[in-house]
Design a protein around this ligand. Structure first.
Ligand code: RNT
Ligand code: ZN
Length: 420
């Protein structure tokens, strides 16, 4: 589509949205202020860059699509490529297994991520952090900080403490708070005989990790969050860090809470949980994913789950307060495409939420007029969303449609395929 046609369609759309009380120019301004953190780990199937030999992974990624990024240079190049097709303000979630040094996993500083930090600075990307409490010889029977073995716990507690220093340092250097996520795979395949013991151990380890609170100054640069889970592969019967455990811990100890859309029973959705937890914890981060039957981490697409989350962020005025991050991986398709698809689906869902005539819906609800609420909800599905989306992409010089597809496959053939 040429610029003139896109602009004309936008001007028409603007008038139609105005009838519903929505100012599309304002929406585009608001959209520009919303950032989404892209998970670096989908680019290499959560393998990381350490030389650990044949070590078991606690994160299952299926598929054998070629062209996995094998080092920092390739991964960063692939991420940049993905961002070039997204209108969202960019951030990158890093895992500690992507450090590019010889240091052990529990003795890292910001300097072990120097290339990442300099790269983020140069490209004006925000950076978020995660400690990889998995895929490592110091994991014991799938456990880290809740292990019965003290040496194992101590190893990972140290990694957790250091991650908070790394996050503050990153946040300070980049001038934007680094969200530091903690997810531990610790759990049991079969029915435990002593759940309480594991939970006491986890609590004690967390108390050590968070023993020193951030100063007021440091709070500007780092936010810690704990991510619970219902079950995982190999932890079908028991996950030590369940959602309830962390909700209690976070509320009491002023730690942020992460909600991953794949980590709850299939009919639960995190769109509903945001307003339930927000008043009681200091910070909330979302891991936007797509579970099919279970925490399958499918690529995020425009579905009801995703739209439900973004609508909730708009309706409760949570944009800018709740941190949005992506978390999925699919090694059966192009990993760069998977980022582009997920980023663009998220961007579209955010834009759609911002364009929602929320004031009208909420007014109808306040007046107990559930008929109008349902009618308007339906009617808005036919408003000219795509005209606004195309205009946004055009303004940012981002291509779409078959052209995008052609360019990304070209990148695969001319860059990814020929990598030494
Ligand atoms: C695992 C969690 C966790 C990880 C990443 C790699 O179930 O969702 O967030 O996917 O940290
Ligand atoms: Zn997650």
């Amino acid at each position: 589509m040429d610029k003139k046609t896109i602009t004309k369609a936008y001007e028409e759309a603007k008038k139609i949205y105005a009838e519903y009380g929505v100012d599309t120019d304002e929406v585009l301004k608001q959209f520009a202020s919303i950032s989404v953190s892209l998970h670096c780990w989908a680019g290499d199937d959560i393998k990381g860059f350490e030389d650990l030999g044949d070590v078991k992974s606690e994160n299952v990624v299926t598929g054998s699509y070629p062209y996995r990024a094998r080092n920092g240079e390739e991964l960063r190049m692939d991420i940049e490529k993905a961002f070039s097709y997204s209108p969202l303000s960019p951030r990158v979630s890093l895992h500690s297994m992507y450090h590019e040094s010889k240091s052990p996993r529990n003795d890292l500083t910001i300097e072990d991520f120097r290339t990442w930090v300099d790269w983020a600075k140069k490209n004006h990307y925000g950076l978020d952090f995660n400690t990889s409490f998995f895929t490592h010889p110091m994991m014991k029977d799938g456990m880290s900080v809740a292990s019965l073995d003290k040496e194992t716990r101590d190893y990972w507690i140290k990694a957790g403490i250091d991650s908070r220093k790394i996050s503050v340092a990153i946040g300070k250097e980049l001038g934007t708070a680094c969200w530091n996520n903690f997810w531990f795979p610790d759990g049991l395949k079969d029915v435990p005989a002593n759940r309480a013991l594991y939970r006491e151990l986890l609590k004690d380890s967390l108390d050590q990790i968070f023993a020193v609170p951030y100063s007021e100054e440091e709070k500007k640069y780092a936010v810690d969050c704990l991510e619970g889970k219902w079950f995982g592969i190999g932890t079908e019967s028991f996950v030590v860090g369940s959602h309830e455990f962390y909700l209690g811990y976070c509320a009491k100890n002023h730690v942020g809470l992460t909600l991953d859309s794949g980590h709850f029973r299939p009919s639960e959705d995190i769109g509903d949980k945001i307003s339930a937890v927000f008043p009681f914890v200091d910070n909330v981060m979302l891991h936007v994913s797509r579970g099919i039957h279970w925490d399958s981490d499918h690529v995020v697409i425009e579905d009801d789950g995703l739209q439900g989350i973004m609508n909730e962020l708009k309706r409760g005025n949570y944009f800018g307060k709740v941190h949005i991050a992506l978390d999925y991986f699919d090694a059966t398709i192009s990993r760069v495409f998977s980022w582009v698809i997920g980023l663009r689906a998220t961007a579209k869902a955010i834009l759609k939420a911002l364009l929602e005539p929320t004031a009208l819906l909420q007014k109808a609800e306040r007046e107990n007029n559930f008929t109008s609420r349902l009618y308007l909800l339906e009617e808005q599905n036919n408003l000219p969303f795509n005209a606004v989306w195309q205009y946004l992409l055009m303004e940012k010089g981002i291509v779409s449609g078959l052209e995008l597809e052609k360019e990304l496959f070209e990148y695969q053939e001319t860059v990814q395929k020929v990598r030494g």
